[in-house]
Ligand binder design. Sequence first.
Ligand SMILES: Cc1cc2nc3c(=O)[nH]c(=O)nc-3n(C[C@H](O)[C@H](O)[C@H](O)COP(=O)(O)OP(=O)(O)OC[C@H]3O[C@@H](n4cnc5c(N)ncnc54)[C@H](O)[C@@H]3O)c2cc1C
Length: 226
Amino acid sequence: MQVELLYHTPDPERAIATAARLCYAPVGASELMETMPEERVKSVLSTIMSSGHFSTLEHASYTFAVDGVSRALTHQLVRHRIASFNQQSQRYVKFTNGLATVKPESIAADEETNAVFDEAIEAAIAAYEKLLAAGVPAEDARYLLPNAAETKIVITMNVRELLHFFSLRCCNRAQWEIRDMAHRMLELALPTAPFIFMDAGAPCIRGNCPEGKMTCGNPYPRVKRD
Ligand SMILES: Cc1cc2nc3c(=O)[nH]c(=O)nc-3n(C[C@H](O)[C@H](O)[C@H](O)COP(=O)(O)OP(=O)(O)OC[C@H]3O[C@@H](n4cnc5c(N)ncnc54)[C@H](O)[C@@H]3O)c2cc1C
């Protein structure tokens, strides 16, 4: 899996603090953006996070490029509706030189399960190639491609959605592959806006686990973030 932060709103913390301050300031946003002292930016952000004035977080956004993840992952990812996605198409891209796949460790760890997986993938790809050779369009032949098929996706989320996404998907209850991706995204976002992302991640980093009976019982490692 490769996760890259392609770009983000310049100075996201200042952009968000400016939007929040504008509500109560006699001057305009461009003046606030330029003149607000750094300590004021921090105090405004602190108020936003404690008061729940979260619409202000929508004024900064992040775009990530993710390669080498499974279609099983992206199926879960695209359930996040307040985000934008573009994904490599299985209609327009034909996998004629073999199909890269993601193999879960629980399968790869054992010789027998490994062989079952490899045989099934090879059979699916062989059948897919036969259909293509017979003139079946790629958009139909792809019905044979597995959830394990590797894919590439571009993701854009505003900060409000990103924090929500980290809350759900950095949690130990999330499936391992999307959890791995969420942690990598958080590692990339954190240095760009340390104040905003300081407490991002599973809910147990901020307080009690909300999962009830479904709790993993193993709180998120509390990383000290400065
Ligand atoms: C551990 C885990 C297990 C899961 N298991 C399943 C499962 O078994 N089956 C399954 O189908 N899904 C499952 N999901 C997916 C889950 O149900 C959500 O679809 C997914 O996590 C997106 O969350 P969301 O709707 O909060 O986020 P987003 O779509 O990113 O939305 C963000 C927030 O915007 C608001 N919002 C968005 N759209 C609306 C709307 N139409 N109306 C009102 N408010 C809205 C909500 O406050 C929402 O929380 C699972 C997710 C997790 C993390």
